[in-house]
Design a protein around this ligand. Structure first.
Ligand SMILES: [Zn+2]
Length: 561
């Protein structure tokens, strides 16, 4: 009764507020803002109040100001745009430092960046890079000779942008003992020339032949790398990450995250996956459940099991219902029977499953496995996920809503760069390309779509992701009108996928995803109003403040552009 009276008073004041004793004034109020809340019950507001880790009131300026006590900090946001903290629903902690080869565009540029990066390393140590694309090489043929030219004696391995193939030089192949007589490993392919000699290209699991030789990071190096990543995360307005690494965290990574949490340096909600074990034992399932339940409410927490069903289109390892243009197809990493068995086992244990599936064949297998689990285990709020879900068959799009399956998409995958236009799209042909990365189709079909970046495969900047979802153009504004523009979505829809929907995808909608009284005070202040004006504004806007559970994790330097 008292609660209702207070809520009523709040409404009269123009604020939705949690009931609180009068002495318990907010620690901070943020006023004079343009707040986009992501909360359908109150989409826009001017001000909000924070007490402890949570929002306690959201409403108009006058109403929120009235809540201030003598010790309340009043922050005037000067009319700036505020949105909920971004939630990257598909992210990975980089396992090591590497030269960034993104958008190199040519062999010469790859060589230049590798040489420059190698200068920062101890002499003779491995040179590791990532981010190249087949289109960077003549005839789209990555070959070890381009690396041998600059590093004849030093081992080099560079992973492609999607992380599904690597190129090693001759020294690295020699250290790994890879010769013309080496058979392809299961789930992998060693690239070979006309004479059968290895070209240095190592697809899918074949890259382990070389990458297993890389010296592991020490615990201290892992911690330092984590702190660097966390500061980049906060500077981009991200307050929640969902680490979708299929092998789960390494011992070093888990220790680094736990240490950061204990030191008060974990500046993000960090939800980590556990591996989807083949034919899991009751003990394995029990451990996954205990890990989830034992970390609930912590910044570092668990709760989903990640598996891989196929590769990527660019490497022709995504499993398609029909072959690639020019022939060939990827092979699924599971039989349907094994997948059904494993998914049903996790489902029965009450765990959420996330399956990497890019090709329409793999996506269908994932949906079939989820449908099978529901049929066998009965109704439940399961929220299983398909990760990437790049080229779904049109007939399968409505199944996401029907089965309650989350489409975990990456807006930035729709960047129409040279790789997309010259390799990706031709490989699947115009009919399938016309509904690749179908953000609007998923929205229209009523699916819950959670946005992520797949960092470090792609940049994690959510504003860049939103720009891509809204324009389907490169940063340079090409192609005119956008790549298959029918699948563009609005800024508001893209923001929703990066906030409210991503929180739903991790069962966190009671605590996160909108600026609503009672939820964690996770929010971002932007330099520009991204909800009005041309899309270019998304590229120009900067994050000014990031706040996690009421605590500032990032503040732009004064006078920064
Ligand atoms: Zn990923």
């Amino acid at each position: 009764m008292r609660l209702r009276a207070r809520l009523l008073t709040g409404l009269l004041l123009g604020v939705a507020a949690l009931p609180a004793p009068a002495a318990d004034a907010p620690e901070a109020i943020y006023v004079n803002a343009r707040v986009w809340t992501a909360d359908p019950a109150r989409p826009a507001a001017e001000a909000f109040a924070v007490r402890g880790e949570r929002f306690v009131a959201v409403g108009n300026d006058a109403g929120v100001r009235r809540l201030a006590g003598p010790d309340t900090r009043v922050v005037d946001l000067q009319g700036r745009r505020v949105v909920p903290g971004f939630n990257d629903a598909h992210w990975h902690l980089p396992s090591r430092r590497s030269a960034r080869l993104d958008n190199a565009g040519s062999v010469a540029e790859i060589q230049r960046r590798l040489l420059e990066y190698a200068q920062s390393l101890p002499a003779g140590s491995w040179v590791v890079g990532r981010g190249w694309m087949p289109t960077d090489f003549p005839d789209r043929r990555a070959d070890r000779r381009y690396l041998d030219e600059i590093f004849p004696d030093r081992p080099v391995v560079i992973r492609d942008r999607d992380g599904h193939q690597a190129l090693a030089n001759s020294r690295a192949l020699a250290l790994a003992g890879v010769t013309r007589d080496t058979p392809d490993p299961p789930d992998g392919r060693i690239g070979r020339d006309g004479q059968g000699n290895p070209t240095g290209l190592l697809q899918e699991a074949a890259d382990n032949l070389v990458t297993d030789l890389l010296p592991p990071l020490s615990a201290e190096d892992t911690y330092r790398l984590l702190l660097e990543e966390l500061s980049a995360v906060a500077a981009l307005g991200i307050t929640s990450l969902q680490d979708a690494t299929d092998v789960g965290l390494t011992d070093n990574e888990r220790s680094a995250l736990e240490r950061a949490q204990a030191d008060g340096k974990l500046t993000v909600h960090y939800r980590a996956a556990v591996p989807l074990e083949p034919d899991p034992t009751p003990e394995q399932l029990q451990r996954a459940v205990e890990l989830r339940d034992g970390t609930r409410g912590h910044l570092l927490y668990y709760g989903f099991a990640k598996g891989m069903l196929d590769g990527t289109v660019d490497a022709r390892t995504a499993y398609m219902l029909e072959p690639y243009v020019g022939g060939g197809n990827g092979l699924p990493f599971y039989t349907q029977a094994d997948l059904d068995r494993d998914v049903a086992a996790y489902d029965r244990a009450g765990l959420q499953v996330a399956l990497h599936a890019i090709g329409d064949g793999a996506i269908r297998m994932a949906l079939d496995a989820y449908e099978n689990a529901a049929r066998h285990n009965g109704p439940r709020d399961r929220r299983h996920r398909v990760e990437h879900v790049e080229v779904p068959a049109l007939a399968d799009v409505p199944r996401f809503r029907a089965l309650g399956v989350i489409a975990s998409t990456q807006a930035i995958f729709a960047t129409p760069d040279a790789s997309t236009l010259e390799n990706y799209a031709p490989l699947i042909g115009p009919e399938r390309a016309s509904h690749a990365q179908p953000f609007r189709l998923f929205d229209e079909a009523g699916a819950v779509q959670a946005f992520g970046s797949d960092y470090p495969v792609y940049p994690m900047d959510p504003l860049l992701g939103i720009y891509t979802a809204v324009t389907r153009q490169t940063r340079a504004g090409t192609p005119p009108g956008g790549w298959y523009p029918a699948n563009r979505i609005s800024v508001e829809a893209a923001l929703t996928h990066y906030t409210r929907d991503a929180a739903y995808a991790s069962f966190d909608e009671a605590d996160k995803g909108t600026i609503t009284p009672g939820k964690y005070a996770d929010f971002v202040v932007l330099s520009q109003d991204i909800l009005s004006g041309p899309p270019q504004r998304l590229l120009d806007a900067r994050v000014l403040h990031t706040v996690l559970r009421g605590r500032e994790t990032y503040r732009a330097a004064p006078g920064a552009p």
